[in-house]
Structures are given as structure tokens and as C-alpha cells.
Design a protein around this ligand. Structure first.
Ligand SMILES: [Zn+2]
Length: 452
């Protein structure tokens, strides 16, 4: 039996994860992610799929993030009808994330049609909510640490990676050969999520390198949060936290409760103003088995949900001190924009960003000290205090990736570095060859390598 692997995405970049495994008896797609970010990347989502979707045996997903799952509705729209294997946590998160991604695509097409900004008439969405629903009908949740047949002569096992709920490392066996894909590796000793689990053996290894060239700060990750809460109390103002719905929002909620329990912050009203984050929090609460066994109470003592648009608008009348968590995490859209428009001009407000702020986003402008930002076509003065915490990340840093790699009992025959910008991937390759003496190479988009 021979088998080969083609790098179709997350090679030289962090999005669009897609690796095609061809065993001669079947074709499996490991990951089915959307390209995101720069326009030249996003345009790749519109090209015909670089494989025949109807000819795919199955798709395997490491986790629910859109850069790993968001191309599935497109693949289904173009003919795929096979099974999609993932963990049960991932399956639940897909139920909220894929329809949401489809909704955004429909909105974009509608906007283009209204404003005539597309070359195509009518502009069509990349995929629809209906396509996303079809994907959900194909999802086959599998238990972690259990080997399941996923094609002729091919089996797969999902091992916890600790990145977000349900996230897994995938071990794919083709005959006697073991192909291991790290997926997105989580961190060690962080709240809620377990440590990435070691995998003893791989013949061919794919390892992510998002932070392959850096180490996360070692200081107390909660220190800035404590200061920000204290400022809200002193100023009787709002603490507004733009946060991603899945993962980050839950980590912030959990940390707030822990800080209340240990007396480091007073108990304040905390509002979660994001329908998707509310659903994701419920999914996290339903899956304690996915979490670090030491995980305690999940939400702050005075916790309120703003589900409807009316609930969100009613927050306008809430005076500080109060904590409001709303999406999106980089202030590129979502309910947080309404709050920012209202609260940024108020010097009593504290805005705490808890994640990476990409170039070109409002979050980045605010982080860089903008005195004014444009929201809904208006210039909004920034008199609030803006604080950015780099302490929160769902990705292993270079040291943590190395720590996971040291769990292998023998060097893989070949290691391919994926899911990183070129500098990060190259730095990780150097580190792997220096520290471990393994043969490693940076995966190149479009290339095919032998597996068996
Ligand atoms: Zn991810």
C-alpha cells in the first residue's frame, strides 16, 4: 500500500487547514478550513476545490475553529456527501459555528448586492445556512482515545490537544504507518483545558507552528484583569472586554469567578452579551469531561446573559461598575461595536483586549493608541483607558510545542511544520533540529509528500 499527503492549506500561513491523504483506495481530507485574513488568501476559498469533493471518502476535523472547519459547507455545496469525523465536543461547537459562518457569508453577499460592490450579479454567498445544516447531518462524533475505521485500511484516533473544547490531535493509521497531526496544540497548566496529551509514536508528523518563534509571557495572566476590574470599581465605570465567543470568553468568565473566590476582586455584575458565546458557555458547562479535573465553578457570582438585541440595548442604562463581555474579539463586528461607540468617549471606561489584534482591525488601532476610531460611519473619540493582555492564548508557544514533541518515544521518520507564518515555521524547524535532532521541513503549499 502506498499513500501520499498533499498540503492544500495552513502551509506558509495559519488559516485554510487542509491536507489530502490519498491511499490509492480512498481519499481523506484532514481538516477542512477556510482561508481568513488577507484578501489574497480569502480569494482562495472561491477557487474550485483542489480535489473532487464527490470523490472524498471522509473528512477528519481536529477542532471546530473556522480555519479548520469552515470550508466544509463549500465542499458539501460542491458534491461531498461522506462522513465527517470529529470528537463530540467539536460536533456540538460546529452546530453553532458553521451556521454563524454561513450567516456572515449570506450577509456579505447581500451587502454586495445592495451596494453593487461585486463583479457578479447577483453576488452569491460562498455557502449558505442550508449548506451548513447539510454538513451537520454528515457529522459522526467519535469518542476520544478510541480507534475508529474511517476508510478502507485507514483508522483514526482522536487525542485531547487542550486547545479549545473538543480539540484533538489526530492519529491516522494507514496499514501499519502512523500519521500524526498535532491540530492546534493548547497550553500547559492553563484554566479549564487539560494539557495536550502526549502521543508515543509517529512515522510522519505534522506539527503546528503558530507561535513557533516565541514564548508567551510568564507573568500572572490574571494581573491585568485584576487591575482593570479595580479601575472599573474606582471610576464607577464600565469594564468592556471584547472577546471571542468560543474559548476566550469562557476563560475570562472562569478567571473572574476564581478571582472572586480568592478575594482578589470584588463581586460585580458581569454581563455576557453575545448569543454565540452564551451557547458556547453552555456547551463548555455540559462537557466537564473535556476539562482539567481541577476546574471549579464556571461563571461569576453575579452573572447575567444578554440574549436578545433588546437585552443588549438595555445594557445602555446599566451604570458602572460593571463588566461586559461582548464579541467580536478584535472589534471587527458584533455587539461590542455598539458598546464601544457609547463607552469609548467616557474616560471612566476601561477596555481590555484579551487576544491577538490583527493588523487592520479596530482592536489593533485601539491597541496602538488611536485617539479616534470609526464605528458605523462615525468618528468616535477615545477617552477610555485601553489595556491589552498578551497573557491569553489558546496556542502552545515554542517551549510548549517542544515539550509535547518530547513525548514521542522515537523520532518520526519525517516531521512537517504546518500552520505558521514563514518566520514562525522556520524558527520551529531550527529549534526541532537543534534540540531534538529530528529531520523536519516546513510544509510547502501545493506539494505532495509520501506517507507510506
Ligand atoms: Zn484553533
Amino acid at each position: 500500500m502506498t499513500a501520499s499527503l498533499t498540503f492544500l492549506g495552513a502551509a506558509g500561513t495559519v488559516t485554510g487547514s487542509k491536507f489530502l491523504l490519498d491511499t490509492g483506495q480512498g481519499r481523506l481530507l484532514l481538516e477542512c478550513g477556510l482561508f481568513q485574513g488577507l484578501k489574497e488568501l480569502r480569494l482562495r476559498n472561491w477557487a474550485p476545490p483542489p480535489f473532487d469533493p464527490a470523490g472524498l471518502t471522509a473528512v477528519l476535523l481536529s477542532h471546530a475553529h473556522i480555519d479548520h472547519s469552515g470550508y466544509l459547507p463549500r465542499v458539501v455545496r460542491t458534491g461531498f456527501t461522506g462522513p465527517v469525523y470529529c470528537t463530540s465536543g467539536t460536533a456540538e461547537l460546529l452546530r453553532i459555528m458553521l451556521p454563524d459562518a454561513a450567516h456572515l457569508q449570506e450577509e456579505e453577499a447581500e451587502y454586495a448586492n445592495r451596494h453593487g460592490t461585486s463583479k457578479h450579479t447577483p453576488a452569491l454567498p460562498l455557502f449558505t445556512v442550508g449548506d451548513a445544516q447539510k454538513v451537520l447531518g454528515l457529522v459522526r462524533p467519535v469518542a476520544v482515545n478510541t480507534s475508529v475505521a474511517v476508510g478502507r485500511g485507514v483508522s483514526a484516533r482522536f487525542v485531547r490537544s487542550g486547545h479549545i473544547l473538543g480539540a484533538a490531535i489526530m492519529e491516522v493509521r494507514v496499514g501499519e504507518t502512523r500519521l500524526v497531526h498535532s491540530g492546534d496544540l493548547g497550553r500547559y497548566d492553563v484554566p479549564i483545558m487539560p494539557d495536550p496529551e502526549p502521543v508515543p509514536e509517529a512515522d510522519v508528523l505534522l506539527v503546528e507552528s503558530t507561535y513557533g518563534n516565541r514564548l508567551h509571557p510568564r507573568e500572572d495572566p490574571a494581573a491585568l484583569l485584576v487591575q482593570a476590574v479595580q479601575r472599573a470599581v474606582d471610576e464607577k465605570g464600565w469594564l468592556l472586554i471584547p472577546a471571542f465567543a468560543v474559548g476566550r470568553s469562557q476563560e475570562v468568565l472562569y478567571t473572574l469567578r476564581e478571582l472572586e473566590e480568592t478575594g482578589r476582586i470584588p463581586t460585580l455584575a458581569v454581563y455576557l452579551d453575545s448569543p454565540m458565546a452564551i451557547e458556547a458557555t453552555a456547551i463548555y458547562a455540559r462537557h466537564p469531561e473535556e476539562e482539567d479535573p481541577a476546574t471549579g465553578p464556571f461563571v461569576p457570582r453575579r452573572f447575567h446573559l444578554a440574549r436578545s438585541v433588546q437585552d443588549s440595548k438595555a445594557l445602555n442604562d446599566v451604570d458602572g461598575p460593571v463588566i461586559v463581555i461582548a464579541g467580536s474579539g478584535m472589534a471587527t463586528g458584533g455587539r461590542v461595536l455598539h458598546h464601544l461607540r457609547r463607552r469609548l468617549p467616557d474616560p471612566r471606561t476601561t477596555v481590555l483586549f484579551v487576544g491577538y489584534q490583527a493588523a487592520g482591525t479596530r482592536g489593533r488601532l485601539l491597541k496602538d493608541g488611536a485617539r479616534e476610531v470609526r464605528i458605523f460611519g462615525e468618528e468616535v473619540a477615545v477617552r477610555a483607558q485601553v489595556v491589552v493582555s498578551d497573557a491569553y492564548s489558546a496556542h502552545a508557544d515554542q517551549g510548549e510545542i517542544l515539550r509535547w514533541l518530547k513525548g514521542f518515544k522515537r523520532p518520526p521518520r519525517m516531521t512537517y511544520i504546518v500552520h505558521g507564518e514563514p518566520e514562525a515555521a522556520l524558527a520551529l524547524r531550527e529549534k526541532i533540529s537543534q534540540a531534538l535532532g529530528w529531520s523536519a521541513t516546513v510544509a510547502e503549499a501545493g506539494t505532495t509528500v509520501p506517507v507510506v
